[in-house]
Design a protein around this ligand. Structure first.
Ligand code: PLP
Length: 459
């Protein structure tokens, strides 16, 4: 028998899927918090797919706006034209992002990775424009994820997603990331000390690069890799100071956390920090169209406009009119429906506060070591031993097993592995649409709890 005889032919498809090791249901319809497959099974989307959907599935006014744009003008190349939808929507986004981005500008892309690539190049070009051509490095953090293109992988710290591609990328320093459930520093003062220790690590790394650092990139709240880890008090503020004092641009990767997901328009708003560049995607279009955005402050726009006069970058599909019409309709929909408020976990009675409370109840399970997060972005860390925080053995794929058991019950969560050291450590990411109801939350958490117990019985 050859290796190819061992491959289950039924798992083959003309689509090069993400995995040959499992079958995929065929999604055919979306409605509010549900995704339905061709067998008639309805799944409650408790993870917003991969923290993408924020406004709910199947909202007719978004598809109508896209169809109208497609009828009017489906495409125009950005080297030849701008479009009304691009101009209007960019201004609406800058207003949504607040004072820090007044008189700034937005570069539209087709998703998160393209936006990160754009941000890295913008930071470099900015430094060249202001006479700092020595600055080309982007520092970032271990246990982070910024995208799957090679540039974005180079600055990511997610071991599994990078490992085999590492010989192909040029890497710069990755500094430590606060992860207080398993912190390297003393967290006994409410994590004030550890935040400063991590910021000091960045300070040392910038200084060690002898003026070579152009930018520092971080997810304000850790996304998939660590599972919704909220930064300790004082950490982000100090990071912003360290960057500002050293002429290093601060890039906030809000691909996952932006557009209301954490209960503020952008996660940085929780801590009052003002990044030079802010990258967002996912919730920007809520999945209705491939869309990402890179927002830049006036300082950066001025440097290019008054310097060489041209940003040396471009994609055929950047600022695609149909995607922008979808994104603009999503922004209006979430504002009209007060969905950012619904995603505020500190607001009494909000969907997010109900999610927070319901998830906290999972701590009673032996396998749940930590529940953390903010807004509508939560992580549930699963452990083999709660007292010692010992993780499950990686080959057991505990989070994946929970994900499968949940899906069988009609519940979608986002399982991840590697939070402890890149290999071991299991967690689930929970990021439902902001339109989820109390009953749906209670049902989801009950089913999730059963799925965790079911997976544990297999261990
Ligand atoms: C924080 C963060 N940055 C960047 C990306 C890459 O975005 P995309 O998958 O849209 O390319 C992701 C995707 O999960 C992400 O979570």
């Amino acid at each position: 028998m050859t290796d190819s005889d061992l491959v289950d032919r039924s798992l083959r498809s003309p689509v090069l899927r993400r995995s040959f090791l499992k079958s995929f249901p065929t999604a055919v319809r979306g409605e509010s918090v549900y995704v339905c497959d061709s067998d008639g099974t309805r799944y409650l989307d408790f993870s917003g797919s991969a923290a993408v959907n924020f406004i709910g599935h199947g909202v007719a006014e978004i598809s109508t706006a896209m169809a109208e744009q497609a009828k009017q003008l489906e495409f125009a190349h950005t080297s030849q034209f701008t479009t009304p939808v691009a101009e209007e929507y960019a201004q609406e986004l800058l207003d949504f992002a607040g004072e820090n981005f007044r008189d700034g500008a937005v570069y539209f892309t087709s998703g998160g990775s393209e936006s990160i690539e754009t941000a890295l190049k913008l930071a470099r070009q900015y430094q060249v424009e202001i006479g700092q051509a020595k600055r080309y490095q982007t520092l970032s953090r271990v246990q982070s994820y910024h995208g799957s293109t090679l540039g974005a992988l180079a600055v990511s710290g997610n071991k599994r997603r990078r490992e085999i591609y590492l010989p192909m990328v040029r890497e710069f320093e990755h500094v430590g990331i606060p992860y207080c459930y398993r912190c390297n520093h003393d967290c006994s003062d409410g994590c004030r000390n550890c935040g400063q220790e991590y910021a000091a690590e960045l300070e040392r790394a910038i200084d060690a690069a002898s003026g070579g650092v152009a930018a520092f990139l971080l997810e304000p709240v850790s996304g998939a890799t660590l599972g919704a880890v909220v930064p300790p008090p004082g950490y982000l503020r100090r990071i912003a100071e360290v960057c500002g004092e050293r002429g290093v641009l601060l890039i906030a990767d809000e691909v996952m956390t932006g557009m209301g997901r954490t209960g503020r328009n952008f996660a940085v708003d929780h801590w009052g920090i003002a990044p030079d560049i802010l990258v967002t995607a996912k919730g920007l279009s809520s999945g209705y169209a491939p869309l990402g955005a890179v927002m830049v402050t006036k300082k950066i726009v001025d440097a290019i406009a008054e310097g060489s006069g041209a940003f040396l970058h471009g994609f055929t599909y950047n600022a695609h009119p149909v995607s922008l019409a979808g994104g603009r309709a999503v922004l209006r929909y979430l504002q009209k429906g007060k969905l950012v408020q619904a995603a505020d976990s500190e607001r009494e009675g909000s969907a997010a506060s109900q999610v927070r409370r319901a998830l906290e109840g999972l701590r009673d399970l032996d396998m749940v070591g930590d529940v953390r997060g903010i807004g509508l972005l939560w992580g549930v860390e699963l452990v083999a031993d709660k007292k010692t925080k010992k993780p499950f053995q990686p080959p057991f794929h505990f989070a994946g097993k929970v994900g499968q058991a949940a899906a069988k019950r009609g519940l979608l969560v986002y399982p991840m592995q590697g939070s402890v050291d890149g290999d071991s450590g299991d967690h689930l990411l929970i990021a439902p649409p902001a339109v989820i109801t109390k009953e749906q939350i209670e049902w989801s958490v009950t089913e999730l709890s059963r799925a965790i117990e079911e997976a544990a019985r297999q261990s």
